[in-house]
Design a protein around this ligand. Sequence first.
Ligand SMILES: *[C@@H]1O[C@H](CO)[C@@H](O)[C@H](O)[C@H]1NC(C)=O
Ligand SMILES: *[C@@H]1O[C@H](CO)[C@@H](O)[C@H](O)[C@H]1NC(C)=O
Ligand SMILES: *[C@@H]1O[C@H](CO)[C@@H](O)[C@H](O)[C@H]1NC(C)=O
Ligand SMILES: *[C@@H]1O[C@H](CO)[C@@H](O)[C@H](O)[C@H]1NC(C)=O
Ligand SMILES: *[C@@H]1O[C@H](CO)[C@@H](O)[C@H](O)[C@H]1NC(C)=O
Ligand SMILES: *[C@@H]1O[C@H](CO)[C@@H](O)[C@H](O)[C@H]1NC(C)=O
Length: 785
Amino acid sequence: MGYPGRLAALLLVAATATAVVAHNDHGEHKNYLVIVRTPYEYDRNVYKTVSSWHASLVASVCDQAKEQLDADPGAAERLIYSYRTVINGFAARLTPDELHHMGEKDWFLKALPEQTYQLTTTHTPRMLGLTGPLFHAGVWNRTNMGEGMIIGILDGGIAGAHPSFDGTGMPPPPAKWKGRCDFNRSVCNNKLIGARSFYESAKWRWEGIDDPVLPIDDSAHGTHVSSTAAGAFVPGANAMGSGFGTAAGMAPRAHLAFYQVCFVGKGCDRDDILAAIDDALDEGIDVLSMSLGADDAGDFAADPIALGGFSGVMRGVFVCTSAGNQGPSPATVANEAPWLLTVAAATTDRTFSADVKFGNGLVINGESHYQPSTYVSVQQPLVMDTAADGTCSDKTVLTAKQVAGKIMLCISGGNLTNLEKGSILHDAGAIAMIIVQPEEAGSVISPKAHALPATQVESKWLEKIMAYVNSTQSPTAQLVFKGALLGNRMAPVVAPFSSRGPSRQNQGILKPDITGPGVNIIAAVPMPNGLAQPPNEMAYKFDIMSGTSMSTPHISGVAVLIKKAHPTWSPAAIKSAMMTTTDTRDGRRMPMLDQDGLPANLISMGAGYINPTRAMNPGLVYNQSAHDYIPYLCGLGYNDHEVSSIIHPAPPLSCKQLPVIHQKDLNYPSITVYLDKEPYAVNVSRALTNVDNDVGVYAASVELPPSLSAKVTPDILGFRDVNQVQTFTVTIRTKDGQKMKERIAEGQLKWVSRKHVVRSPILVSSKKFFKENSMANNGQRVGDS
Ligand SMILES: *[C@@H]1O[C@H](CO)[C@@H](O)[C@H](O)[C@H]1NC(C)=O
Ligand SMILES: *[C@@H]1O[C@H](CO)[C@@H](O)[C@H](O)[C@H]1NC(C)=O
Ligand SMILES: *[C@@H]1O[C@H](CO)[C@@H](O)[C@H](O)[C@H]1NC(C)=O
Ligand SMILES: *[C@@H]1O[C@H](CO)[C@@H](O)[C@H](O)[C@H]1NC(C)=O
Ligand SMILES: *[C@@H]1O[C@H](CO)[C@@H](O)[C@H](O)[C@H]1NC(C)=O
Ligand SMILES: *[C@@H]1O[C@H](CO)[C@@H](O)[C@H](O)[C@H]1NC(C)=O
């Protein structure tokens, strides 16, 4: 796309904006997503395009021109988006009166008021560094690093000119690519093939979005996420001057199509998200990665990620989403629809080691990102905030004369962030800072780059430290920096912030699905903030972030590689391949832990931690088509109109004509059952598809707590041909036929052959959790019928 065309588009947009402002209506306009009742479709003899039809629907209720569109050209501008694929409907600016009139139209199904989604990052410790290739070279070799695949990313903005998005050596995008890149020619290339901003809805809601046109913003989020998924090789990247190496994304030769839908300090507008997905699906992406969600997970018939994701899955696009960062409280998981992959976050085996050695010889492990070589590691006087609660929240404590030349101990919390405390201490002449982490963080440390030499230690050490400080008139301490160390055998540990199940909308499906690396992830940024003196040029280009936002693109990148190796696999097959081959043990070969040091449960880690090498070759998969979700949706209690609007553009249908699929029987790679009524036994049915070229004989084995029993029928499955499908049933019951003693029990089903282990987690519960949070109560609907 050349310059002249874009300029014209720009002018058009500007003219439109003026017209809308001038449009004089009664009452205040608000943005609504309007869903049209199926089977209403546009008459191609009357309207050339779906958008002219949608404009006519808006015009039919506009205060100024009730008769027809011709009489009110302004109506066209009241239409924000006209959707083609994701739903049968449009986004429009409407007054309360118009909304009321619309509610009387026979084509009207419902109107949803505007809603804001959020990017799912928690921390931005603002440090620099690098990531080396995480995965087994064999996976890259087999998949040619994702060459020829297109990954679509919805996020906040991208630093297009970053070396991670350098197109040197990349082939042109495949012929099916229909998207466009709005940056100039020196930024758009064969790596960054798409870059657009979707703000038509957001600009009405928030000040400061004046047709940004280019998908750039001040936050590093979109750049970080994109480079994690598909960043090119960047030699010389480094972590604080140590550990030099080469940075690369999971699929370094895949093409990137970037869609900005979020704006710094504002969030992501639902109707913009829908519009971006609508276009991305038409433009030819293979995998869609969305590190965003809403805290109050809405029902699938109103959620852009669920609605757009369904259309994606219908087209064979793999859709990967973040679980959210509302953990560790239960029932906080976002993006719960079973056709989405929902990703939790855990630590990696890398630590940024910075020990503290106290005057009595006590050594405590801590972590820090800023480990300047100028720090002289000798015992220095240690002081703490004795005046108040120990959090150093009182600036007078931090600036008092006595901190100069000393090491200050501060407990996390209070009115100041730890970064702010560090900055004040630095200015007051303190030598270093020791931060005691908040208790909720448990063993998971997200080290930051503080303004002075510092280290962060687990809260469990506080008592020992206090005992030492109390024991002497003149306590001392020194920091011992060890740089970035690999091989922490405790990893992966599920992050405290990672949102937990159970699912609120479909309690019969285990969510989150899977866990990926999402703590202290180093990837590309436009420019790290806050650090005074980056040690070298490359250090300007990488930074560290944590969140399920960071684990999601890791898994999206792996999905690209699997899809490259197995182009005919459905999204459900790819998901199954990942979920049945995970690791559930850590580097010590012990069960993976959570931040409290307890074994991570299924509602925190899903099936477990991604193992890309095994996911490439799972042996068997739990497959299904997009169509197979439909009877499941009927079973969830959605009415015909809602189901039809979710599955649009598939033809509308009636649930009555379909067999019911209960949640437990959806052909999902994990199993969730409720033993909540007599006879305290449940049958679960599943079907396995052979994806190995070899003949395979698989034997079933089930592990459950002793109070429960399971029987698999048949318990041996033989596969002779590729794509051969075999079905089986698992009967799970309490051994004594009485009520379950435990509230929740966990186990697993394994199908084992000579070559493969196909493992599914099993969650058994004595009763449905959080009844009040389920389907019945899912947010405001305006004019719902
Ligand atoms: C894959 O590995 C083979 C054998 O080691 C090697 O010859 C080939 O160049 C590798 N291919 C790629 C794309 O790295
Ligand atoms: C292209 O865009 C980049 C980033 O916006 C800018 O730095 C560069 O100067 C532009 N180059 C040209 C030739 O306009
Ligand atoms: C925190 O701020 C509040 C309100 O400004 C104030 O009342 C309180 O004393 C502050 N706490 C500390 C520890 O400084
Ligand atoms: C240390 O002394 C403080 C104040 O004298 C007291 O509150 C605290 O309990 C003591 N802590 C330990 C671990 O001895
Ligand atoms: C899975 O099901 C889809 C849709 O029915 C089909 O296209 C695909 O071939 C099946 N097998 C795999 C491995 O994806
Ligand atoms: C499970 O299936 C078996 C065999 O079809 C049947 O006999 C049994 O009644 C079923 N149990 C339940 C709880 O539905």
